[in-house]
Ligand binder design. Structure first.
Ligand code: HEC
Length: 189
């Protein structure tokens, strides 16, 4: 984990709490006009994105290793974050792939020794074409299980697209706290 990360981590909770409250009112209006996420179109897109990431060596069994570091809630005890670019259809965009490791005995060293054993989820932000979600900088949010299938929230909703746009929790709500940094919290490699 970088120094920057440690510093940043401390202020996040307080900042997030304040900004989420503001985000709510505007969000409700938007979500009525546009499907926030998780419909078939977004689900299909998430499959194409997984395929593109696999091809680029960012996901799947052949994925390249990076440097695991101690993470913070909600993403996992140990994290690994890679920033790159992938092409989906005709669109090339920035992708931030975050591998979330956990489970008994998880540590930076144990993850380095056996990534597959501790991998719990892969959370991704992909910069889509302009206009996809202009209120939130056109990010596509998705949470995959280690095998590339879509993860679901406790209500069974698959997490892919403008995830929980306008809601008071979920990907966009929490990342709104770092809106001024293009919704990105921390480490970029
Ligand atoms: C409650 C707050 C919260 C929620 C909800 C949340 N995140 Fe994050 N996210 C964070 C924090 C904090 C970091 C920085 C973690 C680190 O690297 O130590 C982060 C980092 C990331 C990163 C790496 C880029 C960055 O911002 O540093 C990605 C990609 C990401 N989150 C995707 C998602 C997706 C997809 C979802 C929804 C499925 C989600 N996040 C939900 C707080 C949140």
């Amino acid at each position: 984990m970088s120094k920057y990360h440690k510093l940043f981590g401390a202020g996040i909770t307080a900042a997030a709490a304040g900004i989420i409250a503001i985000g709510l009112t505007a969000g409700v209006a938007q979500s009525q006009m546009m499907k926030p996420c998780c419909d078939e179109e977004n689900i299909n897109y998430s499959k194409d994105l997984w395929a593109a990431m696999t091809k680029a060596g960012l996901a799947g069994s052949g994925a390249r290793a990076d440097t695991p570091y101690k993470g913070q809630a909600p993403h996992g005890a140990i994290l690994e974050t890679i920033t790159s670019e992938v092409k989906v259809g005709k669109h090339t965009g920035k992708v931030i792939v975050k591998r979330n490791f956990g489970g008994e005995g998880v540590s930076v060293d144990s993850v380095k020794g056996d990534r597959a054993k501790y991998l719990k989820a892969v959370t991704v932000m992909f910069k889509r074409d302009t206009g996809y979600d202009k209120d939130n900088n056109d990010w596509f949010w998705v949470k995959y299980n280690p095998d590339g299938t879509l993860a679901t929230n406790p209500k069974g909703m698959p997490l892919a697209g403008r995830v929980m746009k306008g809601a008071d929790k979920g990907c966009i709500a929490c990342h709104l706290a770092v809106k001024d940094n293009d919704y990105i919290y921390g480490k970029q490699s």
